[in-house]
Design a protein around this ligand. Sequence first.
Ligand code: ADP
Length: 399
Amino acid sequence: MNVLVINAGSSSLKYQLLNPDTGELLAKGLCERIGIDGKFTYKPQLPGKEKLDAADVAMPTHSEAIKAVLDALVDPVNGVVASMKEIDAVGHRVVHGGEKFAASVVINDDVMRAIEECNPLAPLHNPANIIGIKACQALMPGVPMVAVFDTAFHQTMPPVAYTYALPYEYYEKDKVRRYGFHGTSHKYVAQRAADMLGKPIENLKLISCHLGNGSSVTAINGGKSVDTSMGFTPLAGVPMGTRSGDLDAGILEYLMNKYGMNITEMLTVLNKKSGVQGVSGVSSDFRDLGSAAAQGNKRAELAIDMFNYGVKKYIGAYAAAMGGVDAIIFTAGVGENDANQRMAIASGLEFMGVKMDEDANKVRGEERVISAADSKVKVLLIPTNEELMIAMDTASLVK
Ligand code: ADP
């Protein structure tokens, strides 16, 4: 079976066509500048097929974008399937499922309404996800569609982990609580970790570190998320590319008064101008920071150190929360590629049974054990694959 995975944003849309049973990727690409002019990228993965790179295709709405995707996939010359009949289902990434969705779900009218009710929790993302679903439904009548939520995996967190120490009515009335994000990624790497360790996931205590532009650390006990570093929004947790991560809310009042900022301006600072970008003044990209630090830039070095220290503290906290840990997982852009940062994060954790293997760690983007043979806690590098996870969830629900 083939599943089309759609990740729709407000002006862009990423897609992949893959076979969830074999993991084979048939094609991927993206539509950009939707509603402006329209650029279409198509990367077929079968031999002899030609790709398109940011080709001009008019995309006044998401409908034309999805039409371009479907046309490319079934194109007689460069397509990867013979007809639309070979696209069995569509899996849609949806950012926020609130407390309504603890798992992926087949989309029907009730589900659409429930997703719409979550819009206030993710005003930038959910409405775009919904537009993508509606455009697909119109062009692919009768094809089953599934919604896969970034928040769903974390719905197993207990109240002690998700409740903020605020007046309780803000939770009861307004649903202000920790939700957590990157759930599809944390779920995928946790399953892969259990496979790699050859143990049932029910018997494992895992800490997964999804370290990219946005980063989150999750405690996974028996296959269930029991705590995660992001919160009500993806602003919380470790310092990120441009996001502050956790901070003293009292700072907001102080800075807003001092600089006459309103709350929107303050949040722009916290979301777009903070994190390792803000501290270093160099870049939000860890590769740039690494080069700058190597040339003696102290603030770039401080930013990297703060990030690593932040992740290390969450690992310690979650080991304490679970009463131990069997494996620590590194994934996403930084976690998969940066051996130095993995080493910096894991070093100093020998007291709790973590011992890295320096040579094994000298690798990029490859599934492998990077701890020493006698390390009590295994350290795993696992490239994430959110699209495959979405396709697998979709297949299991529509089969
Ligand atoms: P997101 O999906 O959150 O946008 P990614 O998971 O793609 O982010 O991660 C992007 C980050 O990964 C960037 O900060 C980039 O610097 C980092 N990264 C990618 N490749 C490397 C590399 N080879 N070495 C160090 N960092 C890398």
